[in-house]
Design a protein around this ligand. Structure first.
Ligand SMILES: Cc1ncc(C[n+]2csc(CCOP(=O)(O)OP(=O)(O)O)c2C)c(N)n1
Ligand SMILES: [Mg+2]
Length: 355
């Protein structure tokens, strides 16, 4: 005898196509025109901020950072679908999501100037700090989701992971644990096609990354990650059903810039690939939609950009005038200060090494 023991499939969603045309049957009913304008402004802000931070880094005024250009729809669509109490667990490229959730801009610049104080404000927006080790945020997210369920709280945990991150054991362990315990955990795979110089096809032989959910016995979907309305829709649906269990959402997008400011992608990828993805630019697409509806135009674009750049310049000036407290190195590491750390702090204060 031979029977099929299991059969599965992964749905792909796109609500807004590359020209800004909408599939009305999938359009999320709760999404107003005003909200889409807000999403567009938030995407524009992320892009302007990226360009500014890159320029500061090149002038030695910011540390190494990971640009998000091209991935705005994935991050902003997700952030807008989240409720206030939901918890954001980023990796290291999610400043678009952070800022859309309300992280003070000055904190962002403080972090990228290397100050601990920049990372501590994330608490105020129900988020975890920037997490650089690839994939380690996923077990944290599963643990936090377990706590929400244990306390019977209607809170979803939304964790970001890269395509590269899905090859880590941490990813599998986290989604497995989430599946077994039916946790309110949404895993957003920000599949930007690259893990530094490793392309998606060298990352996994699986046809989609979303199908990894199937092995964990949980729901997996794929969405056009450059379609902000599509991303909003699938994340919102997952959050609405988070009490029933976890979802893995693969957002198919593209890293249009470098991995980080210490990387040169021209060494390993053809420029023609980038050009191909430029046609799918997430900002152009929603911009075309809003313009066709009479909700956006060149004057609004200029006004929004001018306002955003002024805000950015003001935050940079504040961050550059910031006087760090060296004691901050010892804070926010643990929920309480362990004796050994306290001793180190006392020694450091006594030795006055920073004076
Ligand atoms: C555990 C671990 N291994 C290796 C690295 C070095 N590293 C930093 S980012 C990165 C690639 C991550 O790719 P992906 O998960 O696709 O995220 P993306 O950078 O594309 O956003 C690697 C290998 C690291 N930070 N942590
Ligand atoms: Mg990647």
């Amino acid at each position: 005898m031979q029977n099929k023991a299991f059969e599965g499939s992964i749905d792909y969603f796109q609500v807004m196509d590359e020209n800004g045309a909408i599939d009305k049957s999938l359009y999320p009913q709760d999404l107003s025109d005003d909200r889409i304008v807000e999403m567009y402004k938030s995407m524009l802000f992320a892009r302007n901020l990226d360009a500014k931070t890159l320029s500061l880094q090149r002038q030695g005024r910011a540390d190494t950072f990971a640009p998000l250009v091209g991935e705005e729809a994935t991050q902003i669509g997700t952030a807008f679908a989240m409720r206030k109490d939901d918890i954001l667990v980023p990796n290291f490229r999610q400043h678009g999501a952070y800022l859309a959730r309300g992280l003070p801009l000055e904190s962002y610049f403080l972090y990228w100037r290397g100050y601990e104080e920049g990372n501590s404000k994330v608490k105020e927006i129900n988020a975890l700090p920037v997490i650089v080790p690839v994939g380690t945020q996923m077990p944290h997210a599963a643990g936090i989701a377990y706590a929400q369920k244990y306390r019977n709280k209607d809170v979803a945990v939304v964790a970001f992971v890269g395509d590269g991150g899905t090859s880590e054991g941490d990813f599998y362990e986290a989604i497995n644990f989430a599946g077994v315990n039916k946790l309110p955990m949404i895993s957003i795979i920000e599949n930007n096609q690259w893990a530094i110089s490793v392309p998606r096809n060298r990352q996994s032989a699986a046809q989609t990354l979303a199908q990894k959910a199937i092995a964990a016995g949980i729901k997996g979907v794929q969405v056009d990650g450059n379609d902000v309305i599509g991303v909003y829709k699938v994340v919102k649906d997952a959050i609405d059903h988070a009490r029933d269990g976890p979802t893995v959402i693969e957002c198919v997008t593209y890293r249009m810039g470098m991995h980080t400011t210490s990387d040169d992608p021209s060494k390993y990828r053809p420029e023609a690939d980038v050009d191909k993805w430029k046609a799918k630019d997430p900002l152009k697409r929603v911009g075309a939609y809003l313009r066709a509806k009479g909700l956006w135009d060149d004057a609004k674009e200029k006004q929004a950009t001018d306002e955003q750049m002024a805000k950015i310049d003001e935050a940079v000036a504040k961050a550059e005038a910031f006087k760090p407290d060296p004691k901050s190195m010892f804070e926010n590491v643990y929920s309480f200060v362990p004796e050994v750390l306290k001793e180190e702090e006392d020694d450091a204060v006594k030795s006055n090494f920073w004076m």
